[in-house]
Ligand binder design. Structure first.
Ligand code: HEC
Ligand SMILES: [Cu+2]
Length: 365
């Protein structure tokens, strides 16, 4: 097929243009996946064609403007009407160009939409306004996508609310995440590092906060990372569970703040103050409820049940299930001890390792 013929041609072409890439001049990000050079090649081809014709057409036009400018001794004649060879030329050459562009594009498209059989599969959920990545071993990470280098990775994606879209510029991949449908996307990272991931479909007020990172590791390091990601919360000592909340807060940060300022939900500062003073909340149905541990837990486990008055009931209903019991417990304690977990509205900095230190198995085991 034409596509397979192009297949053998493309790497050579890519190497050729690599040194004179308009992509790199016009600010394309670094290339970090196997498909990136293909995408950039097509981009470069189209850009160079545009540059060529721009210079040619504007050049000729400029020349004609000067050469045939109106002067007093020019006699008026009828303009030219028709030139068959010229018209055939300017029809056939662009036609060949766009057909070539179509086939290079088709080839890339087919490649990008067919994940290899042995791909490593990660489940992705987009919701307002964060990403959840679930791994085969049970690990669940928010806004951080861990992947191995040199191995095809397939993202199977769904949305819990509106349309979102995953975009990883350095990998040159982008795919909509649509409610009621599974979409997929695959890539193979070519080097280790830390890359941007954006939601690139406007999905509401905090859309611009719906950003993540892609961390690419060597394969053996990757295994360690996701193994750790699956088990870190179990290793946290009970006495430090409230601090584990500082590592989970990013799942709430698009709606809740820590310093009293309002996004679309009450600030945890406000919840904390009510809790400490034993005050009550007025709910949307007119009843009041005391802000105690039980209320905070219920608010996370069943957000639609006790909705705070004047706020929309837009907290994701499935968030408790997604977190799991221990992480919910961590968040409850995190809010109840906000003076320690976020003193002055600033999230206390802790690492998973620190939290596990005391909780680790007794020494000499
Ligand atoms: C998409 C936005 C959104 C996200 C994400 C979100 N919440 Fe909420 N949350 C709300 C809104 C809106 C309310 C107020 C209405 C209500 O009570 O449901 C609320 C209320 C609450 C309350 C009651 C607060 C009070 O002062 O009465 C708690 C507790 C809470 N959320 C915890 C969390 C935790 C913990 C997370 C993260 C794991 C989280 N929320 C993530 C939107 C969100
Ligand atoms: Cu989004």
């Amino acid at each position: 097929m034409i596509a397979s013929g192009l297949n053998s041609m493309l790497p050579a072409l890519a190497a050729m243009t690599a040194t004179i890439r308009p992509g790199s001049i016009f600010g394309m990000p670094e290339q970090a996946s196997t498909i990136a050079p293909h995408v950039d090649l097509l981009y470069d081809i189209i850009t160079w064609i545009s540059v060529f014709f721009f210079v040619l057409i504007v050049g000729v036009m400029g020349y004609f403007v000067i050469r045939y400018r109106r002067t007093s001794h020019v006699a008026y004649t009828d303009g030219p009407t028709h030139n068959t060879p010229l018209e055939v030329t300017w029809t056939v050459i662009p036609l060949i160009l766009v057909i070539a562009i179509f086939f290079i594009g088709l080839q890339g498209y087919v490649h990008m939409t067919t994940p290899p059989e042995n791909s490593y599969e990660i489940q992705v959920t987009g919701q307002r306004w964060f990403w959840t990545f679930n791994y085969p071993n049970g690990a669940s990470e928010t806004n951080v996508l861990h992947v191995p280098v040199g191995r095809p990775v397939k993202l199977v994606m769904r949305s819990d609310d509106v349309i979102h879209s995953v975009f990883i510029p350095a990998f040159r991949v982008k795919q909509d995440v649509v409610p009621g449908r599974r979409t997929q996307l695959w890539f193979e990272a070519t080097r280790t590092g830390d890359f941007d991931l954006f939601c690139t479909e406007y999905c509401g007020t905090q859309h611009s906060q719906m950003v993540g990172r892609v961390l690419v590791y060597e394969p053996d390091e990757f295994e360690v990372v996701i193994e750790e990601a699956a088990r870190w919360i179990d290793k946290v000592l009970d006495a430090k569970l409230h601090l584990a909340g500082t590592l989970l807060f990013n799942q709430c940060a698009s709606c809740h703040t820590l310093d009293g300022s309002k996004l679309i939900a009450p600030s945890f500062k406000e919840t904390y103050d009510l809790f400490v003073n034993g005050d009550t909340r007025t709910l949307a149905d007119g009843t009041t409820v005391t802000v105690n541990e039980q209320y905070i837990r219920n608010s996370i486990l069943d957000p639609l049940k006790e909705v705070v008055d004047t706020y929309p009931s837009s907290m994701p209903p499935g968030i408790g299930t997604q977190l799991g019991d221990r992480k919910v417990e961590a968040m409850v304690r995190f809010i109840m001890r906000l003076d320690e977990t976020a003193p002055g509205g600033q999230l206390k900095e802790v690492t998973r390792a620190e939290l596990a230190e005391l909780g680790a198995e007794p020494e000499g085991e």
